[in-house]
Design a protein around this ligand. Sequence first.
Ligand code: ZN
Length: 149
Amino acid sequence: MKTGNFYFVKRGNFCFAVTENWQECTEVVCKKGFKSFSEFLKRLPLTPSKSKFCTIYHEMGHANHELSKNYDKMTNLADAKALGITDVSLTEEFLKDTKSLEKIRKYFRDYATLSPQEFVADTFDMLVAGRKVPKDIMQLYKKYEGPLF
Ligand SMILES: [Zn+2]
């Protein structure tokens, strides 16, 4: 498995996951100020594995997924517009697959249905935490170039 480095960066009251080439994962995870960065990490919403390190696993998922050549085409539509990304063909395909979205919503959370990027990051979190993932979710994960390890 190839690995990318990632960092959490706090800027004012915002926190971003940033990958090796400093492209932000376009995810604002916090809008309120916290006393310390560790307090902030503790209060992040849980990702599906609910493991102690679930948020870190989720962000590692983004960092590794970003190495795939089609990563930008899997951005959520609002972020793509803001970032000037015009080819979101894979996100559009993902959003048209309502049967899969229903399954993802049921198995993970609504957030994972926004884009292939969030779906892959949530699935990566489950896999790293050693949790079982249904076959059809794994098929989708591979289709959207989820990092294999
Ligand atoms: Zn994310």
